[in-house]
Design a binder for this molecule. Structure first.
Ligand SMILES: [Zn+2]
Length: 280
């Protein structure tokens, strides 16, 4: 039975059926953890999003085994027939090139790597040369802002810098267009979509937990974060679009907390709570 899954449609959670959402799930990854390598950050709120490289490999192998195709954002928004998931990475950690890219290549999967422009060359992050290498391997490069600022907190000049200038800086590095943007921390408002559109972007990815379909606004694409705590069976359900409403309910709770406390107070409190009860 068709059901509204367009961006921003409020649906009563209690009535939401536990069925697969129509459309394509866009997976969101971050840094991977590899033996002998120090993570870019150590706060529990960050580590929660860092998967072990082997965990990532098991997920990708499951996709291959079960005849899924992993694709970039550009490919995914064509919404072709068949079992498809979009594979995306945020932040521009060097593990994008060192761990993710070789495996994705081996399995024949595409992906989009959203890069934080000003983090290029910072410890643990891709250098400019590594970014060019990632691009030369055939992967899609997107932009994840200039400094990872929370965009709704910024004025118009700030948005220009974080969206338009960050995009052209990446374009200068790789010598090719960068046409997809993802929001740091998933923080989004309509001004972000407008500035991205004017800068020439073709899509904006948020952290809105939903599958995307041809009727989804390209400037409010949903994505589902794969966490360190995500089991292989949960991962499988996510790809099929099952049970996304549960994650949505918990995200809404977190967003309510964020509104109440403000972005920075919320982050402090969240890190404190996660430290007391860390993810495995
Ligand atoms: Zn990020």
């Amino acid at each position: 039975m068709p059901r509204a899954n367009h961006a921003g449609h409020a649906v009563c959670l209690k009535r939401e059926p536990a069925m697969a959402e129509p459309g394509t799930v866009f997976l969101m990854y971050h840094e991977l953890e590899a033996p002998g390598r120090t993570r870019c950050q150590s706060e529990p709120g960050y580590v929660r999003y860092v998967l072990h490289a082997t965990q990532f490999r098991h997920q990708m192998e499951l996709l291959k085994r079960e005849q899924w195709q992993g694709v970039s954002v550009s490919d995914a928004v064509r919404f072709r027939e068949g079992k498809t998931v979009a594979i995306t990475f945020d932040d521009g950690s060097e593990t994008d090139l060192l761990c993710a890219a070789p495996l994705l290549r081996q399995l024949g999967f595409g992906a989009t790597f959203y890069i934080t422009s000003a983090w290029l060359g910072q410890p643990g992050h891709l250098s400019q040369a590594q970014l060019r290498e990632l691009c030369a391997l055939g992967f899609e490069i997107g932009c994840h802002s200039m400094t990872h600022a929370y965009l709704p907190d910024l004025d118009q000049n700030g948005l220009q810098r974080e969206i338009a200038e960050a995009k052209s800086r990446l374009e200068q590095v790789i010598g090719a267009p960068v046409e997809h943007f993802s929001c740091p921390g998933g923080r989004f408002d309509q001004r972000v979509a407008e500035v991205a559109r004017q800068a020439g972007d073709r899509s904006v990815a948020t952290s809105r937990i939903q599958a995307n379909s041809p009727s989804t606004d390209r400037f409010t694409l949903g994505r589902v974060a794969v966490l360190r705590s995500t089991s292989l069976s949960e991962f499988r359900r996510i790809c099929m679009g099952h049970g996304l409403w549960k994650s949505r309910a918990s995200l809404r709770l977190r967003e309510a907390g964020r509104k109440l406390l403000g972005n920075s107070n919320y982050d402090r409190l969240r890190n404190l709570l996660l430290r007391r009860n860390p993810s495995p």
